[in-house]
Design a protein around this ligand. Structure first.
Ligand SMILES: *Cc1c(COP(=O)(O)O)cnc(C)c1O
Length: 356
């Protein structure tokens, strides 16, 4: 029997360039961004500043770079940042925040990925505050929350927190790698979300399906500082218009279509939740990420992910007991139903061998 065609659900960064996006890139007007400017990059930055309702925007090579530039411009070495343990900024970038910005992360463990006013108060009050001690300067949020199945942090919740951070004299950065997903799923605009923070980053290479790139938006003085740090981090670009054109194309054509990805994630969630082996409740998925506990199969996440790959489904090993599956451009409903069939067959097979 031939091996089944692989369906890759590890990440939404895996969507490939469409012919239309390639065409937009091929036709992009370019210059040198560090010598007088690249016109397409300039258009992207201007468009994003307007889209998010901020003074200025900076195109960067990655979401991690945008976040790290934000940390850098909001803080001084020795400052403290309040964030959630499971946010990207801590789980996947922590060495950079210490190494590049010289800051300490004061992390709280929210049960659902939402940093509430109560958790903020806890983070502020959990230790003695005195002039000779490190002081918090910034709160870092994430929307959607990657670790918590792509949960949307609502505008109401962000506004409540913003009230308290401003009272405490803290700046706010939102890691909005998937803020477009949050916007499409909730009906709140990017500008409404951005209004609850000083700076926001958003990725073009996730659900927006561009090859790479991210935008950092905020006040003009901070974005100007971020541009200088971008250079020192080796992130200055020359004919970046080729990629900026892909990002502009994505903002025009790939935002509304995310509802399809969200529908597919809900469908997969529903199909898997019918099986007792999968620890996932139906109707718990809000955007394009599904995190599924596989403890009941008796396999570790690593073993389950290996077995799924043998059946032609690529999943991301997420924790010791769970996998992550992400929907995206290029995966249609047929692919999602095939994934469900293969994973349900695998769960039956594992259960059968455990009983034998
Ligand atoms: C992907 C991601 C980033 C950064 O992505 P890059 O791979 O550096 O572009 C930041 N935050 C979150 C929540 C992400 O999912």
């Amino acid at each position: 029997m031939p091996a089944p065609t692989q369906i890759d659900m590890r990440s939404d960064t895996l969507s490939l360039l469409t012919p239309e996006m390639r065409k937009a890139m091929a036709e992009a007007e370019v210059g040198d961004d560090l010598y007088g400017g690249d016109p397409t990059t300039g258009r992207l930055e201007q468009h994003c500043a307007e889209l998010f309702g901020k003074e200025a925007a900076l195109f960067t090579t990655s979401g991690t770079l945008s976040n790290q530039l934000a940390l850098r411009v909001h803080t001084a070495p020795g400052d403290e940042i309040i964030t959630d343990t499971k946010y990207h900024i801590n789980f996947y970038e922590s060495a950079a925040s210490a190494g590049l910005a010289g800051v300490a992360l004061n992390t709280v463990d929210s049960p659902d990925g939402v940093l509430t006013p109560e958790l903020l108060r806890f983070a502020l009050q959990r230790k003695k505050r005195a002039p000779q001690c490190s002081a918090p300067a910034l709160v870092c949020l994430e929307n959607t929350v990657n670790f918590h199945s792509g949960r949307v942090v609502s505008l109401d919740s962000l506004r409540a927190l913003r009230h308290d951070t401003l009272t405490a004299g803290l700046a706010t950065h939102i890691d909005g790698a998937r803020l477009a997903n949050a916007s499409v799923a909730s009906g709140s605009s990017l500008a409404e979300f951005a209004d609850t923070a000083d700076t926001v980053s958003m990725c073009f290479a996730k659900g927006l399906a561009a090859p790479f790139g991210s935008i950092l938006v905020g006040p003009a003085d901070l974005i100007e500082k971020a541009a200088a740090h971008r250079m020192s981090y080796g992130g200055g670009m020359h004919q970046s218009g080729v990629v900026a054109a892909a990002a502009l194309y994505a903002l025009q054509h790939n935002v509304e279509r995310m509802t399809e990805d969200h529908h597919h994630a809900r469908l997969l969630c529903k199909l898997l939740s019918d099986h007792p082996a999968f620890g996932v409740e139906p109707d718990t998925v809000q955007t394009n990420i599904l995190v599924v506990d596989v403890s009941s199969t008796g396999l570790s996440a690593a073993a389950f992910v290996r077995a799924a790959a043998d059946k032609g489904v690529l999943l991301a090993e997420w924790t010791a007991t769970s996998f992550r599956a992400v929907t995206r451009l290029g995966l249609d409903e047929t692919a999602i139903r095939t994934v469900a069939e293969r994973l349900l067959a695998l769960a039956d097979q594992v259960k059968g061998s455990a009983a034998a």
